[in-house]
Design a protein around this ligand. Structure first.
Ligand code: F6R
Length: 369
């Protein structure tokens, strides 16, 4: 049942190419237009949408943060990401033209379910992105877009996460297409790139030796920091969450631009810091900005573990380790950059002799508020 792997988590990490592939399957017609027949909300209603809330918890909320960047870019609809358990208390501005997108692997997370209920009470349209057929959240939503990651057994979410991000891209492109955005032209190109992701993930998974070694060397770390920007920011948060859950190490992810507003005070000699570097073509000179962040923390003694695209040589002078990911367009990079962080947390947990699949104090689905 573990497909020859030692743990479910390791198997599920290796299921990721298929999780992305299957989540893309059957969602375009011969002309490359997106078809989401399964959405039981009329096209008119979707065209009317003028605000989107994403509600989710934990890893699923980080998928939602990635979705915000993509959906806003492609559709120009404002997107707010709300932790499901905070949604109700922020007195959300919701009406019939609001689309509330919930993201949940299990479809049973009580906090997320309650947020969806609240949204419905306020008159919103609700779509559930979910990995579990017939579970409670999709049943309580107007529409569902299933992720096809297959059952996820390990408590820490991996393949569901990449499937959630994939489904969010598909939803964003579909909404753009419906609204006749110029970006709809791009949609074909983005879809073509998405179809290449499974192969890229396979390439990454075939070359994890160095990440495993780094994890073993770091087994007695007391704290690890993660920096990212743009879509790399939620990936930094996800990298930190995986490490907390699996290795019980204090970890914090933050937006690289925040460094000088406080966190840089944490940097002392030997402090390990993972940095997710945007591709060199990312707009607004972000790549250069992150490279100078690496330089700043290195100058203060940080041990820099840099995740950068193939061919990005600018990071080399300031990196103690460079972990390479294949080149892709900026918005899609999270599907690749998260992989080494998952592998790192898995192997650090293993090196500490911990229970990878069942970390202490956690349950796979949280069915109480
Ligand atoms: C992290 C993790 C949790 C879940 C969260 C939401 O590895 O597994 O943070 O992502 O509890 O669960 P679902 O997606 O089932 O609603």
């Amino acid at each position: 049942e573990k497909g020859g792997y030692e743990t479910f988590m390791e198997k599920e990490i290796h299921d990721q190419p298929a999780a992305v592939r299957d989540t893309l399957l059957g969602r375009t017609d011969e002309d490359g237009r997106l078809v989401l027949d399964e959405l039981r909300i009329s096209e008119e209603e979707l065209r009317e949408v003028n605000r989107i809330y994403v509600v989710a918890c934990g890893t699923a909320a980080y998928a939602g943060m990635v979705a915000k960047y993509a959906i806003e870019h492609w559709t120009r609809i404002p997107v707010e990401v709300s932790l499901a358990h905070e949604f109700r208390y922020c007195d959300p501005i919701v009406d019939a033209r609001t689309l509330v997108v919930s993201i949940s692997q299990s479809g049973e997370t009580m906090d997320t379910l309650m947020a969806v209920k609240h949204a419905k009470d306020l008159g919103a349209r609700t779509i559930s992105i979910c990995n579990t057929h017939g579970s409670t959240i999709p049943r309580g939503s107007d529409a569902v877009l299933y992720t096809h990651a297959g059952p996820e057994i390990a408590v820490a979410s991996t393949k569901a996460f990449v499937a959630q991000i994939t489904a969010c891209y598909v939803l964003g492109l579909y909404l753009a297409q419906l609204r006749g955005q110029t970006y709809a032209d791009d949609a074909k190109q983005v879809m073509a790139e998405l179809h290449e992701m499974p192969e890229h993930i396979e390439t990454l998974l075939a070359s994890t030796d160095r990440v495993e070694e780094i994890a073993r060397f770091m087994a007695d770390s007391r704290s690890v920091l993660f920096l990212g920007r743009h879509v790399g920011y939620p990936i930094a948060m996800e990298g930190a969450l995986k490490l907390k859950e699996l290795a019980y190490i204090h970890a914090e992810g933050f937006a690289a631009g925040e460094l000088k507003h406080g966190p840089i005070a944490l940097i002392e000699p030997g402090q390990p810091v993972f940095v997710v570097v945007p591709g060199p073509d990312t707009p607004h000179g972000l790549h250069k900005k992150v490279v100078s962040n690496i330089q700043e923390i290195r100058a203060r003694g940080a041990r820099t573990l840099v995740i950068a695209e193939e061919g990005d040589e600018d990071v080399v002078p300031f990196a103690d380790e460079v972990i390479r990911v294949p080149k892709t367009s900026p918005l899609l990079q999270p599907l690749l950059t998260v992989i080494p962080l998952q592998v790192f947390a898995l192997h650090l947990s293993t090196a500490k002799g911990l229970d990878v699949d069942q970390p202490r104090n956690l349950a796979k689905s949280v069915t109480v508020e």
